[in-house]
Design a protein around this ligand. Sequence first.
Ligand code: NAD
Length: 477
Amino acid sequence: MIHSSPEPSFRESVDMMFNRAVSLMDLRPGLEEKIRVCNATYTVRFGVRLRGEIRTFTGYRSVHSEHMEPVKGGIRFSMGVNQDEVEALAALMTYKCALVEAPFGGSKGGLCVDPREYEEHEMEMITRRFAYELIKRDLINPAQNVPAPDMGTGEREMAWIADQYKRMHTTDINGAACVTGKPINAGGIQGRTEATGRGVQYALRAFFRDDEGVKKAGLKGGLNGKRVIVQGLGNVGYHAANLLSEEDGCNVVAVIEYNGAICNDDGIDIHALKRHIIEEGSPRGFAGGIFVEDGDSVLENDCDILIPAALEGVINLKNVRQIKAQLIIEAANGPVTAGADDVLREMGVVIIPDMYANAGGVTVSYFEWVKNLGHIRFGRMGRRQEESRHQLVVDELDRISRDTSINWTLSPDFKDKYLRGAGELELVRSGLDDTMRTAYQSMSDIWHGREDVTDLRTAAYLVAIGKVAASYHAKGL
Ligand code: NAD
């Protein structure tokens, strides 16, 4: 999205937010610069024979920080991809991984292509050729650089990339770990597709357990009944909207897509809207709400929680003063520009920052990478053993209830729940929940505990930069 000056670029925005946090830290001279700069960005231009001609594509893979390896970060397919954007996103990956303690450095990739323009077999050729260019330079490699899905890519593309890597490294037994976000039958993990959206849900749950934070946002109570607006009904936005309305009682009152929005004060059936958009290519004509042609204007509608889950720069100096939400959770990367961030802070709006809010994706990617290196599904060894130990307890309780004069029995619901051992999906959700709670606590301790820190974003940067600095220190730098 292009904005007229004085709006800084996406990378400049990230650097400005970084600088604000660093000014509150006492880093050794020179370390600040070392952490902030992007180590390297590789640009590739390649041709693919399509529809009787050779079409040239431009792609990037940027490595921001290698304080830990492999480096990690998604691959984006969009016409808006450029060097500034991938460098900003790679930097955010460094801080995100540090914040949620995923043991990776930060990276990001992108290809200038509109996936809607091409047939599936054409996208496969383009993806494989891009992957080939990156793999032969070790910019995709289980030990060095591990991509994942991002805007415009999903498990289909990740499966092609993994297969391309295996074709080029036939004896690498850890080949499946070269990329995450794969389908289950290609080495993926349960719960990865929904992970970023579920992470948004867990982040909001963590926020609403923090009474002081809720008060600072001028809100009351829990998630139940909160009016929510979601921008972008893609991977992240769809799962976040769906889980929040199905499991937490939120009322999604508007959904914004690039070609229009749907509004309904009584709540939108997210599943039905998604189906409509897939079938019709647009929210227009959806019976469960009112269609608004100018989708962007709906960002300014009244609501409790605004969830930008599409792309960067959508809340900027042009529209920031019209924003009515008291709480913004950045499901997308960089949806609020640095300038808008300053204004929102003045307005008293609380922002749950991207580096935390959408970290569910990389967290579950970390679990997938570990699973691939371990060559075994989580829960496979212990699940049945856990179930038989629980069965012992239930049998014993049943025996006691029969043998005593007190008339009591276990409820069938309890038995069902207690007896079920944790499979991969349960373990993934438990690990994600723990990660999101722990990271929230580390940010909120600073947010509420330091007078010079007035927002969650600065708190998140302080935690993340502190961890990266400690890692450099341990290396002797
Ligand atoms: P996606 O391609 O699955 O979905 C993006 C959605 O936004 C699509 O439905 C698209 O039509 C819509 N959209 C595009 N431009 C828009 C506009 N101008 N206004 C309204 N809607 C628009 O992408 P995604 O994977 O859901 O990623 C969305 C954001 O989340 C990106 O910023 C990405 O970097 C971030 N993110 C994604 C993941 C992940 O696991 N996929 C992880 C972390 C962060």
